[in-house]
Write a protein that binds this ligand. Sequence first.
Ligand SMILES: C[S@@+](CC[C@H](N)C(=O)[O-])C[C@H]1O[C@@H](n2cnc3c(N)ncnc32)[C@H](O)[C@@H]1O
Length: 279
Amino acid sequence: MAAGFGKGRGSDRLVVLGGKARTHGPGRVWLVGAGPGDPELLTIKALKALQAAEVVVHDGLVSDEILDLAPSSARRISVAKRKSRHSYSQDEINRMLVAFALEGLNVVRLKGGDPFIFGRGGEELEACREAGVECLIVPGVTAALAASANAGAPLTHRGAAQAVTFVTGHAAKGGEPDLDWESLARPNQTVVIYMGLSMAAPIAARLLAAGRDGATPALIVENASRADERRIVTTLSGLPEAAAALSGPALLIVGEAMALARAGDGRPHLETLIREARA
Ligand SMILES: C[S@@+](CC[C@H](N)C(=O)[O-])C[C@H]1O[C@@H](n2cnc3c(N)ncnc32)[C@H](O)[C@@H]1O
């Protein structure tokens, strides 16, 4: 099956380029979380949705290993943000999903991590609802969970972290995020910052100015759960310098429970763990 948009990307018209659009029953959109990168962290439900896909519309953070789980006949469309070439706007992605589903196709919108954690899944869900297209959600392992698991540092911990907050490191229109710094600066809680690598210095400055102790343990995890994962253990005061050494995608995690974090490279591969357990 191959299908695409006619009259350029802005068009609502879907043109079937090869094969036949499914004529049986209405199409639907599955918003599927692909997890943080390690294919072993994909849920069984996500795998089943992928295996039934006729069209897969995916982000740049989704690995080829995971994309390969879709049928070879499924059309794959990357809507990754590109620096050099035009990338699809969110509105174009919404219209693309709706148009494919209205053609009767089974559409999988595959996103890194979880679709509803800084994944713009809500906007795509709303677009489907407005168009009367059925939209189902398959949750995924969000990057924070993989980062904390591999570092051996829990996001909540009795006595050290009674709450965990996921925040974005970027305002919707770019620049510094407008967050409740007073509340995030209170002790005994974990703050996980998505998309915050390039904003590490102003974020650390805000937390310090709001009263969070500079010695609060902090962790940066780049490429969590991927073969090239890197973890740097530092403190809130050391966050800007540590962040400057990485290029992302990465999470900044600040909180007393990060005292348990182990620095290092690489993720524990299942095969390695089994070998070690048998030895
Ligand atoms: C647009 S958000 C998508 C988050 C995703 N929906 C999730 O639940 O993990 C992209 C940001 O998530 C974080 N991220 C995603 N995958 C990551 C990974 N494997 N390791 C570290 N951070 C990751 C980074 O902060 C990145 O800038």
